[in-house]
Design a protein around this ligand. Structure first.
Ligand code: MRU
Length: 362
């Protein structure tokens, strides 16, 4: 097993979808709605522009949304002329950003963190001018990015214990480096680490209707890394598991509750149930920032998106015009289907009501 430092030397991510441009104080995002057909970067400079990029999924994936929101808070104070004005702008920016997408907890975690840090710095007199606050927040956003990267590499190391030479991993959606902003990923971290160490491993990626994160993003990302990947329709998931083509399931998460309920891309629950039925291990990989120890299932809103995402495929109609549609884009997997949750602090096994707090309790 490599150490974290050894791994940093061996594994260099090939895609960095989020970066801060210091010359013109802008956030540069690789537009994931255009991939893999076009490689387009968008620049955002205000909380409203950042929120719009999150809402329209130019940037998506729970940890990537969190990092983007942290930078979004910075854009709120670029034009502030006093600390008082800056604090007002930060409060406003938090509500603008938090309302962009509801399900991933990393978003409100990042905005709350940036806001409470700013309050503390101002109240304790650690910053006296807006420029000083700006410098502190930029350093903090960079720290969040760096900590996310380290967490993913560490999850990759823990997850490696669950991968044997020649294994095939079934995933869902894109929980790779595009979804986290770092180029590594959560669910895909063990696969990438295994590949970097010369262990033979391959992935089966369901297309993930309606937004096609599997076919457009996971396949693109893995092919770029040279990792073998097979694309399937969402409806083939049961058969590939039944045929013995899958050694384990590895998925990311948008929110994990203290009792082990896992919110992730629609289709995850189905994979978990089939895996349990067939005796295939089902692993969830997520950094501790994805845990929500306060809320319960009844408190969580599952995002529903535009019905046209279902009536069409990338603009081409596939159903009678005006058909009624239900388009929830996440589901919730009850803890009894989860074999283990892999975090940067270690692997959490059932019973989750007890063990999640032990590992993640902040
Ligand atoms: O709607 P998306 O594309 O933002 O959903 C992303 C997912 O569901 C991912 O699996 C999850 O955010 C984990 S990402 C490392």
């Amino acid at each position: 097993m490599p150490s974290l430092n050894e791994l940093k030397e061996i594994f260099k991510p090939k895609l960095i979808p989020i970066s801060w441009e210091e010359q013109d104080n802008s956030l540069v995002l690789l537009d994931q709605s255009a991939l893999p057909f076009e490689t387009v970067f968008v620049k955002v400079r205000t909380p409203e522009e950042v929120a719009y990029a999150i809402k329209t999924m130019k940037v998506r994936g729970a940890p990537a949304i969190g990092i983007t929101a942290a930078y979004g808070m910075i854009t709120a104070i670029l034009k502030s002329s006093s600390l008082e004005e800056a604090m007002g702008s930060l409060f406003k920016a938090k509500s603008v950003l938090d309302s962009s997408r509801p399900t991933a907890v990393n978003l409100s975690w990042a905005t709350s963190h940036m806001l409470s840090l700013s309050k503390k710095l101002v109240e304790e007199g650690k910053v006296r001018r807006v420029e000083e606050l700006l410098a502190e927040l930029k350093a903090e956003a960079r720290r969040i990015f760096d900590q996310e990267l380290e967490a993913e590499l560490q999850m990759g190391i823990y997850g490696l214990e669950k991968i044997d030479e020649g294994d095939t991993v079934l995933t869902q959606c894109n929980a790779g480096g595009l979804a986290t902003g770092t180029g590594v990923g959560t669910a895909l971290a063990p696969v990438k680490v295994a590949h970097a160490l010369g262990i033979k491993v391959s992935v089966i990626a369901p297309e993930t209707r309606p937004w096609l994160q599997g076919s457009r993003l996971t396949v693109y990302e893995l092919m770029k890394e040279g990792i073998p990947v097979k694309l399937i329709t969402d409806t083939a998931v049961g058969l590939v598991m039944f045929k013995g083509m899958v050694n384990s399931v590895m998925v990311g998460a948008d929110r994990i509750l203290s009792d082990g309920h896992v919110y992730n891309k629609i289709g995850t629950f189905k994979e978990a149930v089939i895996a349990k039925e067939l005796g295939i291990p089902f692993y969830v990989l997520a950094p501790v920032t994805t845990f929500d120890l306060k809320n319960k299932v009844e408190d969580i809103r599952i995002e529903e998106r535009d019905p046209n995402e279902v009536r069409t495929v990338r603009g081409v109609p596939i159903a009678p015009e005006g058909v009624e549609v239900y388009n929830p884009v996440f589901d919730v997997t009850p803890p009894k289907y989860v074999t283990a949750i892999i975090t940067e602090r270690g692997v959490i096994y059932p019973p989750f009501e007890r063990n999640v707090r032990k590992t993640v309790g902040r």
